[in-house]
Design a protein around this ligand. Structure first.
Ligand code: GTP
Ligand code: IMP
Ligand code: MG
Length: 338
C-alpha cells in the first residue's frame, strides 16, 4: 500500500530538553497531524509548548495538544501517574475524547515516588527527577507493576493504542510519535549509570507505542544549538554557571526546577546520536539564543552568515540535513526546509 500521509517520530539528540515540545507543536499544526502518540519514559519528562498564547509545561499529555484536531495517545510502554495526567487534562480543560491511554501503560504509585526520592543512589548519585519512574520500571521488569486497566479513574480514557494506530495507518491518517528524554540518557546507549530507566532512542520509542520501524517515514532528531543536562553525569566542555548565564544558556528544568548545566554544541555526540536513531532530519532549536540576530527569522536566506556556517558544520559532521530550524519559542518562529 502506498501511504500518502506521513508517520514521523521525534526524538531527543542529547540529554533531553532539546526543545522537542516546540518542534512537535509546530509539526502538529503545520502537518495537521491526525494522531500524536507519546513514547518514552513517563512524567519525568517536561515539555514546554505555547498553547492559546500561554506557556504550558506538559509531563504526560502529548505536545501535539496545540492542534485541537489531533487525537492524543499514550503508548503501552509509557509510565502514567494518574494524578499528574488527570490534573493536566483538567488544567487545560481538554476534551476527554481527545485523550487515550493504552490498557497496558504502567502506573506510578506514591510508593514509587517515595522510593525514588528516598534512595540516595537514585536521587543523589544519579540525580533522578524524583518522579517515581525508575522504581516503577523496576517493578514492571519484576512484573508486579499495576497497569492502566487496573485504575478505575482512567477507565474513560482506556484504549488499544497499537490497534488505533494501525487502523489509522490503514485509513491513510498522519501519525506523529513523540519521544521524550534524549539519546544519551538511554539506559543502553547513554552515559551509564547516569541515565534514565529505559532506552529512549527511536527504536525504543516506536516499540513503546506499538509501531514497527518499517512504518516510519522520517526520524526527526532534535538538537538544541548548545547542550544542556540536568542531574549528574559527564558533560563535555561544561561551562561555569557564570559563563552560562553570560551567554543566556542558563535554563531551569520544567519538572524539578533545578538549574540545567550547559556546554557548547557537541558535534561528536550529535553524529553518534544520528546513527543510533537512524535520523533522517535534524531539527535545530534555540538558534536565536546562540545567534541573537536570527530571532524570529522564518526564511533561511535571512539567517546571518555565522548561523548558516554553524548549520552547515552540523550537516557536514553528522551527514544529516538540518531541515527544521527554530528561531524563537512560538510555532511561527520556524524555518521549514522539508
Ligand atoms: P523538551 O524536553 O525536549 O520538550 O524541551 P523542553 O520543552 O523541556 O525545553 P524547556 O522546557 O526548557 O523549554 C524550552 C523553553 O524555550 C520554552 O520556554 C520554549 O518555549 C522555549 N523555546 C523552544 N524553542 C525555542 C527557540 O528556538 N528559541 C527560543 N528563544 N526559545 C525556544
Ligand atoms: P529519572 O529518569 O527520573 O530516573 O532520572 C535519571 C536521569 O535522567 C537524571 O539525570 C534526570 O535528570 C534525567 N532525566 C530524566 N528525564 C529527563 C528529561 O525529560 N529531561 C532531562 N533530563 C531527564
Ligand atoms: Mg524537557
Amino acid at each position: 500500500m502506498v501511504r500518502i500521509m506521513p508517520v514521523n517520530v521525534v526524538v531527543g539528540g542529547f540529554f533531553g530538553d532539546e526543545g522537542k515540545g516546540k518542534i512537535i507543536s509546530y509539526l502538529a499544526l503545520k502537518d495537521n497531524i491526525d494522531i500524536a502518540v507519546r513514547g518514552g519514559v513517563g512524567p519525568n519528562a517536561g515539555h514546554t509548548v505555547i498553547y492559546n498564547g500561554e506557556k504550558l509545561g506538559l509531563r504526560q499529555i502529548p505536545s501535539a495538544i496545540v492542534n485541537p484536531k489531533t487525537r492524543l495517545l499514550i503508548g503501552p510502554g509509557v509510565l502514567v501517574n494518574p494524578k499528574v495526567l488527570l490534573n493536566e487534562i483538567a488544567k487545560v480543560k481538554l476534551d476527554n475524547k481527545r485523550v487515550g491511554v493504552d490498557f497496558q501503560a504502567g502506573i506510578i504509585e506514591d510508593k514509587h515516588i517515595d522510593q525514588d526520592r528516598g534512595s540516595s543512589h537514585l536521587k543523589k548519585k544519579i540525580g533522578s527527577t524524583g518522579t517515581g519512574c525508575g522504581p516503577a520500571n523496576a517493578d514492571r521488569a519484576l512484573r508486579i507493576l499495576k497497569i492502566a486497566k487496573d485504575i478505575p479513574e482512567l477507565k474513560e480514557y482506556l484504549t488499544d493504542v497499537p490497534g488505533e494506530l494501525h487502523k489509522a495507518l490503514d485509513a491513510g491518517k498522519s501519525i506523529l510519535v513523540e519521544g521524550t528524554q534524549g539519546t544519551f540518557l538511554s539506559l543502553w546507549h547513554g552515559t551509564y549509570p547516569y541515565v534514565t530507566s529505559k532506552d529512549v532512542t527511536a527504536s525504543a520509542i516506536l516499540s513503546d507505542v506499538g509501531l514497527g520501524p518499517k512504518y516510519v517515514d522520517d526520524v526527526i532528531i532534535v538538537f538544541k544549538a548548545y547542550v544542556t543536562r540536568v542531574g549528574t553525569g559527564p558533560l563535555e566542555g561544561e561551562l561555569s554557571e557564570e559563563e552560562a548565564k553570560k551567554r543566556g544558556w542558563l535554563e531551569i528544568a520544567t519538572v524539578t526546577g533545578r538549574k540545567r548545566r550547559s556546554a557548547p554544541f557537541d558535534f561528536k555526540l550529535a553524529r553518534r546520536a544520528c546513527k543510533l536513531n537512524s535520523a533522517t532530519i535534524i531539527a535545530l532549536t534555540k538558534l536565536d539564543i546562540v545567534f541573537p540576530e536570527t530571532k524570529g527569522v522564518t526564511n533561511y536566506n535571512d539567517l546571518s552568515e555565522n548561523a548558516k556556517k554553524f548549520i552547515r558544520e552540523i550537516e557536514e559532521k553528522t551527514g544529516v540535513p538540518v531541515k527544521i530550524i527554530s528561531t524563537g519559542p512560538n510555532p511561527e518562529d520556524t524555518i521549514d526546509l522539508r
